[in-house]
Write a protein that binds this ligand. Structure first.
Ligand SMILES: NC(=O)CCC(=O)C(=O)O
Length: 271
């Protein structure tokens, strides 16, 4: 299985329309890949909080349209990263105009295969954490070669989410991100940890460039179920291509069956 991680640069000097055209063109260049992945919030930038409201799109907005067409043109499964989604009222959102950080996955015919609303919002008491609503649902995607489990950026710090995805059958954990350079060491460490503890592949696609004054880490990474780094990008814009065999997940879990030794429902300490 071949995956292409498009580590696009998100810089303030480029308009969203231009970046959307470039992203579509980069997706088209990946014809032949089994899976193409874009990063988190690559239209606005994950830290451009003041742009979220202005640039938010309905689910089937301009980014959806451009990515559905690019997936169909290239004939690839496309994880199109995430968009700032403006949710319609009455769909479970807390109020009119609630935003979500929503990932979109398209099949090679350009149909929407899955949408995932980021569960853990970043920023503590500001930024995404106050501007966007929290997703509630774990999402897996049945790909012809494997099962994908979806997370987004800050989700990487919450192992229980990925364990839930593994329990639902995920073998390849796909994580678009807008991770900052300042915490790059955490990015690499956590990507490897999620792979080792879940005996799963991790494909983590970040952004390059600088937006809202936050230099991005780049260094998109593909990790195998043993925790070995299969491929890692540099800091700038690049397409990271990696070949791997999803059957290694079952083989690793059989040869070193640690997941079978889980003990659930532990009693809390009594004092
Ligand atoms: N966009 C994000 O979720 C940023 C996460 C981050 O910077 C961190 O976890 O550190």
């Amino acid at each position: 299985m071949r995956a292409s991680l498009i580590q696009i640069a998100v810089d303030e000097g480029e308009s969203i329309a231009s970046r959307r055209r470039r992203a579509a063109s980069l997706v088209r260049e990946q014809a032949g890949a089994d899976l193409v992945v874009l990063p988190e919030l690559w239209t606005t930038g994950a830290f451009a909080y003041e742009d979220f409201g202005r640039e938010a799109e309905p689910l089937q907005g301009p980014t959806y349209e451009a990515m559905a067409k690019a997936a169909a043109d290239a004939g690839v499964w496309l994880h199109a990263g995430s968009i700032p989604e403006r949710a319609p009222s009455g769909d479970g959102a807390t109020g009119e105009g609630t935003l979500y950080n929503t990932s979109l996955v398209f099949s090679p015919s350009g149909e929407l295969a899955a949408a995932y609303r980021k569960i853990h919002r970043f920023g503590f008491d500001k930024g995404e954490a106050v501007l966007m609503g929290a997703g509630r649902d774990l999402v897996t995607v049945r790909h012809p070669r494997t099962t994908l489990g979806l997370g987004t950026c800050y989700d990487l710090r919450f192992p229980e989410l990925f364990r839930g995805l593994v329990d639902a059958g995920a073998e390849v954990l796909v994580l678009p991100a807008g991770w900052p350079e300042r915490r790059r060491a955490h990015w690499t460490l956590l990507a490897q940890a999620r792979a080792v503890e879940n005996q799963a592949f991790v494909l983590a696609c970040g952004t390059a460039g600088t937006h809202a004054g936050v230099p991005q880490a780049g260094h998109s990474i593909a990790v195998d179920p043993w925790g070995e780094v299969l491929a890692e990008a540099g800091p700038g814009e690049e397409v990271l291509t990696v070949d791997f065999d999803p059957a290694r997940v079952a083989a690793t879990r059989e040869q070193f069956p640690a997941l079978k030794d889980r003990v659930l429902g532990l009693a809390p300490p009594t004092r």
